[in-house]
Design a protein around this ligand. Structure first.
Ligand code: ADP
Ligand code: MG
Length: 201
């Protein structure tokens, strides 16, 4: 069973990972975007931790919903509402339970990723975060490690893709040959989930 402490550890690890990789995420967002993905997520996840200091979450669903709200209100870019929706929707699925099972978490993340696809109108193959998120949630039924690896492979697989959604799509053919920043940060989200699960179990 996963309690609120697990979710706090996960998103604390995500905030630290985004801090470490911010320069790289921003570099990936330079040729096919506006060079702010790293700073957007750094600001967003730092705000998540700050909001939790003020008002500690009491349950898994509460932690994810509050993190999602904070991302939506603090990240100006496309990625804020998209990650915010993922976490809010997953949090809604988890309800008020003080402990959740791995299969409940898997279902919740699946619902969250479906909500991201609805909000952004994107599908896998269009060079977005969904190219990491969709294979990751599919692999969650195997293990957290498998999900992290699927997300990392999905992020790498965006390199030859033509962007069809978001800022990168304005470049058309010139978007080919670059790794998508959002897919890359989604791989960090699933890597930190796997690391947290490995540490906790
Ligand atoms: P912005 O593009 O507004 O500057 P960010 O740089 O923070 O926002 O995030 C860019 C990332 O957002 C992209 O790399 C892509 O993965 C993701 N993204 C953009 N638009 C969409 C969309 N419609 N659906 C899914 N993901 C998207
Ligand atoms: Mg950007």
């Amino acid at each position: 069973m996963r309690d609120v402490g697990f979710f706090r550890s996960w998103l604390r690890a995500m905030a630290a990972s985004v801090d470490r990789e911010a320069a790289w995420l921003t570099e990936l967002d330079s040729p096919i975007g506006d060079a702010d993905h790293g700073s957007n997520l750094q600001r967003g996840f730092a705000a998540v931790l700050a909001a939790w200091e003020e008002d500690p979450p009491t349950a898994p669903g509460d932690a994810l919903r509050s993190a999602g709200r904070t991302l939506i209100s603090t990240v100006g870019g496309a990625s804020g509402p998209l990650y915010g929706t993922l976490l809010r929707r997953a949090g809604k699925e988890l309800g008020e339970a003080t402990e959740v099972t791995d299969s409940q978490l898997r279902e919740a993340l699946f619902a969250g990723v479906t909500a991201v696809a609805q909000l952004g109108g994107a599908a896998p193959g269009e060079k977005t975060m969904l190219d990491a998120l969709v294979p990751a949630v599919a692999a969650l039924s195997t293990s957290y490690q498998a999900a992290a690896r699927a997300a990392e492979e999905g992020a790498l697989a965006t390199v030859p893709m033509l962007a069809r959604k978001g800022r990168a799509s304005y470049l058309g053919e010139r978007s080919i040959g670059h790794q998508d920043p959002g897919a890359t940060s989604s791989a960090l989200l699933f890597r930190t989930l796997a690391d947290t699960a490995a540490g906790a179990s």
